[in-house]
Design a protein around this ligand. Sequence first.
Ligand SMILES: *[C@@H]1O[C@H](CO)[C@@H](O)[C@H](O)[C@H]1NC(C)=O
Ligand SMILES: *[C@@H]1O[C@H](CO)[C@@H](O)[C@H](O)[C@H]1NC(C)=O
Length: 360
Amino acid sequence: MTSCRFLVINGVVSHSSDVPPVSTLLETQSGAYTTSRTHNNASCVLFWERHLCRLADSVRILCESKPEFILGSQNTRVSLFSSSSLWESTIRPLVNDSLSKALPIALEKRNFGEELAITAFVSGNLDKLNDEENLEEVRISRVLDVYVHVGIYVPPVFGIRENGAHLALVGCGRDVARAKFSDWVRLRKCLEKFRPPLATELLLSNDGDRILEGCVTNFFVVCRRENNEATGEYRHDHKSGYSCEVQTAPISDGVLPGVLRQLVIEVCLSKGIPIREVAPSWSKRELWEEAFITSSLRFLQHVETIRVPSSWEFLESETWKDVSWEEMRFKEGPRIITAEIETEIMVRAGLEGYPVSNII
Ligand SMILES: *[C@@H]1O[C@H](CO)[C@@H](O)[C@H](O)[C@H]1NC(C)=O
Ligand SMILES: *[C@@H]1O[C@H](CO)[C@@H](O)[C@H](O)[C@H]1NC(C)=O
């Protein structure tokens, strides 16, 4: 089987017969990125406007706080600045231009039933400046390299329930979590030594109790409301009719503002499902009814098991084998709230897809 991957750099189609997987591109270069995919027989790109806005935000945040995450580690002395119109004026037309060249080629090679995974990656390249230019103040728009990587994505067959996720908490929250950047792809490899067998996603926490997010997903629990201590009564929201609430860590705790994370919040608000942005607390897990993780490629995936080290000292350990784990297994059966949110997100995916015909 020949690999079906396509790469356009600054509007120029790469004719390399062997375009690397997107993970290789991200591991070898510093920059901000976002990944979405097509939907409905490759007729639209899922939530593409939101992805481009988040990409521009990531670039701006990195420029302001961690320019080396855009320029590569050897360039820590350069001061980058961006303008508030970076998104409209610079990033959007550059990404659109490269995407408009990648999509027709990829669509032609696509087989029946396949969709396309699309990654837009923005990196800083100081070689674009003249030698004598002052590196004290570099306008980011002058040094941008824009990559659009397109690969084939085979969505799970509709109607067949996907397997649940098996999560393990293995490390601390990220630096500049509000931006999605490629150096994290390299950094998160250090966590792999703690990955127990069969764990499908790794969770992050700064204290071993309050769970922030997954390495490549956002994390949610559906939590029964706590007893009212004064009356001993179970708190029931008569207005909404729900006796539980959805919880996910707030952005201010240091989590990625995932596109799907934001959609889950919007769906809960519009459906009247109680939602609270608070980091789910492992010590209150007896109240957890359901849990799920979100990502742009797979939307929602329900959680089957979560493992957490019984002591936070585990960070000193060498491998997962040296860690003693506490495990929680969710009960089988219908996951009512997760299913309700997922159904509504599928509806919005249809409504908020960016038509491919507007790009090519
Ligand atoms: C899917 O798209 C392809 C190419 O655009 C088209 O030939 C095919 O008929 C479409 N399939 C369906 C089921 O719409
Ligand atoms: C994207 O680029 C294509 C091709 O250059 C152009 O036809 C289209 O109008 C552009 N779309 C947007 C939204 O800028």
